[in-house]
Every structure is written in C-alpha cells, then in structure tokens.
Design a protein around this ligand. Structure first.
Ligand SMILES: Cc1ncc(COP(=O)(O)O)c(C=O)c1O
Length: 412
C-alpha cells in the first residue's frame, strides 16, 4: 500500500519523549521496536518532564509545611507549577488551579462543589469520568452533527434552571472535536456554566479557557507527557471557595478547635489536603511551559501528517469499520475487523507485531456501543472495538506497521 503522505518522516514534534528505543520480543522470536499506539490512554514521558523532576529531586522536601531552605524551595516550585498551568490554560484573574490526581478526580471535585439545585447537562457519549460523577444530571442523546449538539444544549437549558454544561473537547473514542465554543456561547446566554473535559485535547491542541468559553477545564498530566500522578481543575473560584473541602485534613484547615470545629482555608489549598504531589506538578509544569513557548503549529503538523497516513492506510484495508474518520479530530481512530473479536486483534497486534493499542469500550460504553451497532447488524458486530492513538514519539514506521498488520489480520 503506497504511503499517502510525501516523505518517510513526519514533521518534528516539539516534545522529545522517552521510550523510543524500547524493544519487545514477538511471537516468532524477533526483537522489535515497540510501537506505542495507545498514547490516548497514557502518553510517554516527555524528556523535559523527566529532566525537571530529576533536577528537583535532590532538594525534595515538604511543600507548604516547613521553614527550612529546601521546604521553601519546594513550596516555590509547587506554586510556580500552578502558575505555569494557569498560563497554559489561560486562566482569568481570580481563577483557581487545583492540583488533583487526574481528570476523573478533577471532575469529581467539581461535582462535589456544584451548588445545590444546579442541573448538570452532559451528552451520553462522554467518557465515564464526565458522565458518572454528576448528581443531578440530564444526559442528552448523541448528536449527529455539531449544530445538533449546540441546539440540544439550547433546548435543554430552556427547560432547566441554574445549570452546568459538562462537555468533552475531543472524544476519546473517535478523536472528534466537539463544538465546545458554540455550546459555551449558548450556555452563557442562559447564565449556565461550562466545564470542558480537556483530557484528550490537552496534548494535541491549545486549551485556552477564553477561546473554548470554558468556566472550568480539567486535564490529566499522564496524557500530557507528564506522568507522576498530577491532574488539574482550573476555573472560577466562587463555587470552589464555597464548597466543603473535597478532602479533609492538614493543609485544608486553617484552625481546628479541641471540640473539632474547623475553619477551612480558601484558595486551592482548601481542596488539596495532605502533602501535595510535587513531582507531578513539576513534571506537568515543564510540559506546559514548553508548549506555551513553542505554540501548537509543530504539534498540529506532526499529528496531521501521521493521522492522514493512518487514515489512508486503514481506509485501504478491506472490510474494516472505521469510527471517526472524515471528521475534524485529534490523533485517534477506532475500528473493528468484522468477524474477529477486538481483544483478539489487539492481542495479535501485540504478540506478533510489537504494537500496543487499546481494545474495549474505552470507558465510554454508550458511545462505543452506539458506534458498534451502527457499523454492523447486532449479530455480526464485535462486542468491542480497537483504538489506535498517536502523539509525540509516534513515527511513520509505527503507523505503517499497524496498517500492514491490520491488513494481514483482517485478510485471514
Ligand atoms: C475524554 C476523557 N476524559 C476523562 C478521562 C479520564 O482521565 P483520567 O483517567 O486521567 O482520570 C479520559 C481518560 O481516558 C478521557 O479520555
């Protein structure tokens, strides 16, 4: 199959990542370079993130808790990391950045802080992290087009009082870009707020609160080339300051009386009780600073080049059902091979070709089941799908190897 894009190497990505030299032994005994095509689940570690953590470790000490020089230095590093994230997402004056464990944790924190009586509108196609935490939720059906999504929010808000619209920026199943700015424009007309789940967008395009129309954004460091377990909830302070602390303990409490009465702190510390994750924050800040400096043009060029090649390659594989191709999207494609269970396809890609992909329903069961049912009559549809995803560290050879391997598996 001829490669659809000119040349054999994609334009350069501004983030170098670790792990490009990892090899795995496949079933016939060969040692192959590992092709990590499951970047949407967890991205490899950026060199700048690893370097920043390595530089910090010799002076590692407590954050917000000590008078010693190293404690002071680490407190500064932690608060600088918060400022880097605020710059990265374009926080407005007065917005807060709360460090969490990941996007799931950040959305649960916001669900905890939503004022009583607020209806939360989501689409049923959301990742479970943005579907399950909401207590008073209205789940809108899957829209067929971006315009339909905006219209559905408009229609629903007409019928509900105070509301929060919780919507993903890009789908973790198809990579499709959601009309977040249009939804936010409508939401704000009704005085509703908007939280944007940027877990999938953050590594692929700008997460700017003003451009998205977001009152809150959430993201995960481990999907943004910054492992070590930090995530973020950024946005308006009032709900967060008014809410009971998400975690109760040291750091969140300003004064505790003998009888147990507590005066809680305000600001991000209110929801960050316990010793914070300095390594996670420092790693995330290093990536945010790099991308804030370089901008997104190189990321977009790199990804577009690889995604075009992947789309064209898979489109040429006989009988494959592809989900998401043809729509504006980030570096994800999901597919099924008719007649084969997706777990079997993923296992063979790993065992015989040294390729890592994801199979399953991708923690977005309603959406993935809908796509599967639409692609084939119930009796013929595999129960799950395969997802390939790309990012920094992905090469043309990874993409070509996947296309050739899927063709071989589908052909038998
Ligand atoms: C769109 C989306 N939202 C939220 C999440 C949850 O992210 P995490 O597992 O880092 O909490 C994911 C994870 O895959 C995701 O893809």
């Amino acid at each position: 199959m001829p490669p659809p894009t000119a040349g054999s190497a994609p334009p350069r990505h501004p983030l170098a990542v670790l792990g490009g030299d990892v090899t795995v032994r496949v079933a016939d005994g060969r040692l192959l370079p590992y092709a990590n095509l499951d970047v949407a689940a967890t991205a490899p570690c950026a060199v700048v993130a690893a370097d920043a953590v390595t530089r910090m470790l010799p002076t590692y000490a407590s954050v917000h808790r000590g008078a010693g020089a190293l404690s002071q230095r680490c407190t500064l590093a932690y608060e600088r990391a918060r400022a880097s994230v605020a710059r990265f997402v374009g926080c407005r004056p007065g917005d807060q950045v709360v460090f969490t464990r990941n996007s799931t944790d950040a959305l649960n924190l916001l669900a905890h802080a939503v004022p009583a009586g607020t209806t939360v509108l989501t689409f049923v196609g959301e990742h479970h992290a943005n579907l399950l935490p909401w207590r008073r939720a209205v789940r809108l059906p899957l829209p067929r087009t971006p315009d339909e999504a905006v219209a559905a929010v408009d229609e629903a808000l007409r019928r509900h009082g105070p509301a929060l619209v919780a919507v993903t920026a890009t789908s973790n199943v198809t990579g499709e870009v959601w009309p977040v700015a249009g939804i936010a424009q409508v939401a704000h007309r009704y005085g509703a707020r908007v939280v944007v789940d940027a877990a999938q967008l953050a590594a692929h395009g700008p997460v700017r609160m003003a451009a998205l129309g977001a009152d809150y954004v959430v993201l995960s460091g481990h999907k943004l080339y910054a492992p070590f377990g930090a995530g973020v909830l950024a946005g308006r302070a009032d709900w967060l300051d008014a809410a009971e602390p998400y975690l109760r303990g040291g750091g969140a409490s300003a004064h505790v009386a003998v009888d147990g009465t507590v005066r809680w702190t305000g600001g991000p510390a209110r929801h960050e009780a316990g010793t914070p994750n300095l390594a996670g924050a420092v790693a995330l800040a290093a990536v945010c600073d790099t991308l804030t400096t370089t901008g997104w043009a190189e990321v977009t060029r790199h990804e577009r080049w690889l995604l075009d090649r992947l789309d064209a390659g898979l489109a040429g594989v006989h009988r494959l059902a592809l989900f998401g191709a043809g729509h504006p999207r980030t570096g994800i494609i999901s597919f099924t091979v008719p007649g084969l269970e997706s777990a079997e396809v993923a296992r063979r890609l790993a065992d015989e070709f040294g390729i890592g992909v994801r199979d399953g329903l991708f923690c977005a069961h309603p959406l993935t089941r809908h796509l599967l049912a639409a692609a084939a009559p119930a009796a013929a549809a595999p129960a799950t799908a395969v997802r390939a995803s790309i990012g920094a560290g992905t090469t043309a050879e990874h993409v070509d190897r996947l296309v050739a391997a899927v063709a071989q598996i589908a052909g038998r």
